[in-house]
Ligand binder design. Structure first.
Ligand code: F6R
Length: 244
């Protein structure tokens, strides 16, 4: 695991964008596993800038997103499909037909999840999986649990995640209670993983993930077992972890 300690959110975004763009340059037809939320917004801005400057070509890239709220339509303001369009896909030359997000509108969880696992397999597998970290240690929507999950599944969101995400909704009642998410098995099957973390609110979770025991109670701790992980985290997020 390589840990890159950076000063702040801006530096994290730039450094992480360099890793994603290197992946695209080295393998133009790569499969990117993508994430939503506050953590990657700056990274996506950097990628859009690199594209506009003529330094990056998304035309052969395929993307698969980690997760989607169950019950939200793709054009809903808070759907993860909408987030990806707004922050990245609408601003670069990616072929939208090769961008995938779980189908939040389909109520048939089994169908959605098995179709998503088959889709990931058909892409040939994820080259680089981008992850943010939940305050409770979640990755994707894999919440703290008694066992690690394998494939894509439907989860009931914990109160801690509802609390963290309600800032995006007009009221807490409007936060969906369920989501579809890739499982820990899907994430661990990616060839490379890039975890980006910023802010003091994540410090406890990051410490537990990187230095604590590997346990499904801290889903991100499983990353200690992956052979190729880059963590780009700022001073605030790393404040509980020694520099040496
Ligand atoms: C988003 C996702 C989540 C977030 C995590 C951190 O697709 O899967 O695991 O990465 O909740 O969210 P932010 O970045 O908003 O703090």
């Amino acid at each position: 695991m390589n840990i890159y300690r950076v000063k702040n959110y801006e530096d994290m975004s730039r450094r992480a964008a360099a890793i994603v763009s290197a992946q695209i340059v080295l393998k133009p037809d790569c499969v990117l596993g993508l994430a939503t939320g506050s953590s990657p917004e700056g990274l996506y801005q950097n990628l859009v800038k690199q594209y506009k400057d003529g330094d990056l070509d998304f035309s052969r890239v395929t993307s698969v997103n980690l997760d989607e709220y169950k019950g939200l339509a793709p054009d809903h303001e808070q759907s993860y499909r909408r987030f990806m369009n707004d922050h990245l896909f609408d601003h670069v030359n990616i072929d939208k037909d090769r961008t995938f997000v779980p189908d939040g509108l389909n109520e048939d969880s089994e169908k959605v999840c098995s179709a998503y696992d088959e889709l990931i397999a058909r892409t040939g597998g994820i080259d680089l999986q981008l992850l943010g970290l939940g305050n409770n240690g979640h990755i994707g929507f894999n919440e703290p649990a008694d066992a690690f999950t394998c494939g894509t599944h439907c989860v009931e969101l914990t109160q801690s995640t509802i609390d963290a995400n309600k800032r995006f909704f007009a009221s807490e009642d409007l936060v969906p209670r369920y989501a579809y998410t890739m499982g820990i098995g899907n994430i661990m099957a990616a060839k490379k993983i890039l975890l980006i973390v910023s802010g003091k609110a994540k410090a406890e979770a990051l410490k537990a993930a990187l230095t604590g025991p590997v346990t499904p109670k801290v889903p991100a701790s499983v990353l200690q077992l992956h052979p190729d992980v880059a963590v780009v985290a700022d001073e605030d997020a790393l404040e509980l972890i020694d520099k040496h």
